[in-house]
Structure formats: structure tokens, C-alpha cells
Design a protein around this ligand. Structure first.
Ligand code: B12
Length: 426
């Protein structure tokens, strides 16, 4: 009797599980999609082209809100880029994301122009020119002006817009893959391999790279190997925040689903435990969880799109500071190697940014400044010392000797620890 109950129970479990799982995965996708849509309303600063891109390649839409955001990109982001171009700054990554965002909305790219030194040229012409400058810089100093992640975004944006990518430009990326120059700080960058993979796959599919077809294939298989070798036992590829772009790249490169099944599950577990509250992080994982990559924009037609995504009002959650205090030691190591240690007690659950603000208010000799970016505030100056990108330096963050995988706004302090902020070259 008992055994037949168990068998019936097991059968019921086995037959209901796939459906339940599918339903709950779909529910998760919808809730991530809504989180991303909601992030548009909270956005201070510039509208985010990466968020727009993810919303546009999703299966579900709120066309009115997406259109409103498109208009904000075309005014605010456009003006910001116009200023950067007028000041001869290298903004290839942002130009590329802007291009991909417009393309994902099927916007006519030939009508988008910037005027520099009284000459009006299209967005794509500017992007091409910036890529040429990046290429020249690599030829001269073995590094792009920005970084290989942005260089790859540039190749991807040109290629998906149907612009022939100059062989010399794609060759520089192929060489960088070969020479293992795709770094994040001093470690290999999974995100950058992934973006390079999507870019080079697009170049291959478009038949642009005819001269060194074999080298292109070698680079693509090296990238695939790098991504597969970065798989961790918990399923992530690289870390929690590179897994989305890594899965997108494997999808674009035609890897079998088994290669990234564990990564998909790891992202779903993370998403359910609220790891991805930063809109940038959601913008990378949502396409991957929907089995899509940025290459989709190439053939996007924007016809008969779903328009069912609605945002239910949510009660604002007021998080009161915890009464429990935790002790934080903040060690600052300057470029000369001089170290100073400060202490501050902060409410448990504070962000590192809040902790630094408390410390700044408490000690006269500790100061810091931040710059805004798509991922949030980037720590740029500490005690008056700037770690500048132009000098290939940055303030590296670690906790009890382990590098942080999030920045000052997202990293939360749950227990006593020593935070080290070190002026590091890369
Ligand atoms: C290149 C890069 C860097 C370079 C940036 C300078 C350069 N060479 O251009 C360097 C090495 C300095 C760097 C530093 C850090 N990075 Co970084 N970086 C990247 C990478 C590979 C590309 C960024 C980019 O160019 N995007 C394209 C352009 C168009 O977007 P953007 O917003 O304008 O780009 C700027 C910002 O992203 C900013 N930036 C770079 N890293 C980080 C991290 C944080 C938290 C913030 C707020 C900003 C920021 O620098 C970019 C260039 O100016 C991304 C990967 C990714 N998937 O995005 C990781 C990434 C953004 N970095 C990450 C991390 C964790 C860091 C560090 C916190 C590492 C550490 N332990 O110190 C530090 C930042 C510390 C600080 N001072 O605040 C994570 C962020 C995850 C998260 N949840 O927040 C990512 C996603 C990598 C990963 N998978 O872990 N990074």
C-alpha cells in the first residue's frame, strides 16, 4: 500500500515537474523583464542603451514605454555623445551601444547625425572613425584607447548594422584573442571574450573577413574554449555578472545547449535570490535566459510585436537602517605604496558607498569622489589621488583579500571586514 502511494506520488511529481518548471521559468523571465522596464522610471542621469537593447530583443514589450525611452536616448544620450565627440573623446562603447539600441528599435540609422567642427556626419561614420582611431592606438601601443570590450562592441554594432568591418579592424581583435590580451585588471576577462565572440561571429556570418578566414575561425574556437574553460562548478561562466554575456556568446557561436545548461540554471538561481538588482546585470542576462544574443538585432524587423507587458503598481519598500552595527576597516593604498587604515562602524547591510560616506563625514583626512557610469558609481579619486584610465590605473576594491565582484553602490556590508582600496595599474 505504502509503496504504491510512493510510486503514484513519484509519477505525479515526474509528470508535473517539467510543466511547473517551464511555468516558473516563464514567470521569472516576465518578472526580470518588468524589473528592467521599471528601472527606466528610476533612472537618474543618462538613459541606458544597454537596458533599451535588452528590452527590445525581449519577447514581451510595453511599446509605449520603450518608445518613450527611445526618445530619451535620442535626446539626452545623443547630446552627451555630441559633447564627447566635440571634445575628441573616445566613446566607442557608448556609440556602439547607442547604435545597437537604435537598431533594435528599427530606427533608421542614416538619419542620426552628429556635428563636429561644423561638419555633420552620420552616427555610423563617427563609429567607423572611432574604430579606426582605436585600431591605430592598438598598432602603436598594443592596447585600444578604451578597452577590448568596447572595441568588440564597436565591431558588433557596425557589423549588425550591415557596415563592412575593415579587415584591419577585425584583425586587431583576432590578434588580441590570440595573444590573450583581453583582460579585466590583471585577470582574463570573460565578459570581453564573450563580446569579442559575438562580434567575430557576426563578421564571419557576414562574410566580411575573407582574407584570413582561417585565423578568424581559430580566434572563434579559442574564444569558445576560453568561455567553456571559465565554467565554475556552480555553473557560472566567469562570475555572476559575466555569465549572461558568456551564454549569449555561446548561443551566437552555435554551442550545443548542454554547454551552457548549468549556466542558465545558475542565472535563474541568482535571479530568484535577487543577485541581479543592477539594471546592467539584468540587461545582460535577460536575452541569454530567452536564448537570444545581441546578434538578433541584425535581423530585427519590429513587426507584430507583443505589447502585453504591464507594470502593476508596487508598494514602495522602505528599508530602515539596521540597529546592528558592524566594524569596517578601510585600508587605502596609494600609487606610491603608502597605506593608511581608517575605521568606521556602519549599520549592517549598508552599501560600501554609504560606509565611505560615513567615514568621510567622520575623518577629516579621508575623502573620495565618484564618476557615474552605466553600472553605477565608479570610485575615481581617494584622498585627492586620482586613478586615471588615461594612465591605465584604477582604484581596485577588495574585502579581506578577495576582489569585489560588485562596485561601491552594489556591494553590501553584512559583517565586520577589512576593505582595501588600492591604486592599481592594469
Ligand atoms: C573594462 C572594465 C573595467 C576597467 C575600466 C577601465 C577601462 N579599461 O576601460 C577597470 C579595470 C578599471 C575596471 C574596474 C572595475 N571593475 Co570592471 N569592467 C570592465 C568591463 C570588462 C567593460 C566595461 C566597459 O567598457 N563597458 C562599456 C561602456 C560603454 O560602458 P560604461 O559604463 O561607459 O563603461 C565604464 C564603466 O563600466 C566603468 N566600469 C568598469 N568596471 C566597473 C565596475 C563598476 C562596479 C562600475 C560602477 C563601473 C565600472 O568603466 C568603463 C569604462 O570607462 C566590464 C564588463 C561588462 N560586462 O560590462 C567589467 C565590469 C563592469 N567590472 C566589474 C567590476 C566588479 C569592477 C571592479 C569593482 C573590480 C574591483 N574588484 O575593483 C572595478 C571598479 C572599482 C571602482 N574603482 O569603482 C564588474 C561589475 C559587476 C557589478 N555587478 O557591478 C564587470 C561587469 C565585470 C564582471 N563580470 O565582474 N573594469
Amino acid at each position: 500500500m505504502l509503496s504504491s502511494v510512493i510510486i503514484i506520488g513519484l509519477l505525479a511529481f515526474a509528470s508535473s515537474k517539467p510543466l511547473d518548471t517551464e511555468a516558473s521559468n516563464n514567470e521569472l523571465l516576465l518578472s526580470l523583464n518588468k524589473d528592467l522596464l521599471r528601472s527606466l522610471e528610476r533612472q537618474g542621469g543618462l538613459p541606458n542603451p544597454s537596458v533599451h537593447l535588452a528590452l527590445r530583443i525581449s519577447n514581451h514589450h510595453n511599446l509605449a514605454k520603450e518608445n518613450e525611452h527611445l526618445n530619451r536616448l535620442k535626446t539626452h544620450l545623443h547630446n552627451d555623445l555630441q559633447n564627447s565627440l566635440s571634445n575628441s573623446q573616445s566613446v566607442v562603447g557608448l556609440l556602439a551601444l547607442y547604435t545597437l539600441a537604435l537598431k533594435s528599435s528599427c530606427y533608421d540609422l542614416n538619419t542620426v547625425t552628429f556635428t563636429v567642427r561644423e561638419t555633420s556626419e552620420t552616427l555610423l561614420t563617427h563609429l567607423k572613425r572611432q574604430m579606426e582611431q582605436e585600431k591605430e592606438h592598438i598598432a602603436y601601443s598594443h592596447r585600444p584607447l578604451t578597452n577590448y570590450y568596447q572595441y568588440s562592441l564597436g565591431v558588433l554594432a557596425l557589423c549588425t548594422s550591415g557596415i563592412r568591418v575593415n579587415n584591419h579592424v577585425s584583425n586587431k581583435l583576432i590578434k588580441a584573442v590570440e595573444q590573450q590580451h583581453l583582460k579585466h585588471g590583471d585577470t582574463e576577462s570573460t565578459d570581453t571574450y564573450a563580446m569579442a565572440g559575438m562580434a567575430l561571429q557576426c563578421v564571419k556570418d557576414a562574410g566580411f573577413h575573407v582574407q584570413n578566414a582561417a585565423e578568424l575561425d581559430t580566434a572563434l574556437s579559442t574564444i569558445k574554449q576560453k568561455l567553456l574553460a571559465s565554467r565554475r562548478t556552480d555553473g557560472h561562466i566567469g562570475n555572476e555578472f559575466s555569465t549572461g554575456v558568456a551564454v549569449q556568446a555561446l548561443l551566437a557561436m552555435g554551442s550545443p545547449a548542454a554547454d551552457f545548461a548549468a549556466a542558465m540554471e545558475a542565472m535563474r538561481i541568482d535571479a530568484r535570490s535577487n543577485t541581479y538588482h543592477n539594471p546592467m546585470a539584468i540587461s545582460h542576462i535577460l536575452p541569454a535566459l530567452q536564448q537570444k544574443s545581441y546578434l538578433t538585432v541584425k535581423s530585427k524587423e519590429c513587426l507584430s510585436e507583443d505589447d502585453t507587458l504591464v507594470l502593476e503598481p508596487i508598494d514602495p519598500v522602505v528599508v530602515l537602517p539596521s540597529d546592528t552595527k558592524v566594524a569596517v576597516a578601510v585600508e587605502v593604498v596609494t600609487s606610491s605604496g603608502a597605506a593608511a587604515v581608517y575605521s568606521v562602524d556602519v549599520p549592517k547591510g549598508s552599501s560600501l558607498l554609504e560606509a565611505l560616506e560615513l567615514l568621510k563625514a567622520k575623518s577629516v583626512d579621508f575623502t573620495f569622489e565618484k564618476e557615474s557610469s552605466l553600472w553605477g558609481p565608479f570610485l575615481s579619486v581617494v584622498n585627492g589621488e586620482q586613478a586615471r584610465q588615461s594612465d591605465r590605473r584604477y582604484w581596485h576594491l577588495s574585502s579581506d583579500g578577495t576582489a569585489l565582484s560588485q562596485g561601491i553602490n552594489d556591494f553590501k556590508i553584512e559583517a565586520a571586514q577589512k576593505i582595501t582600496i588600492k591604486n592599481t595599474s592594469y
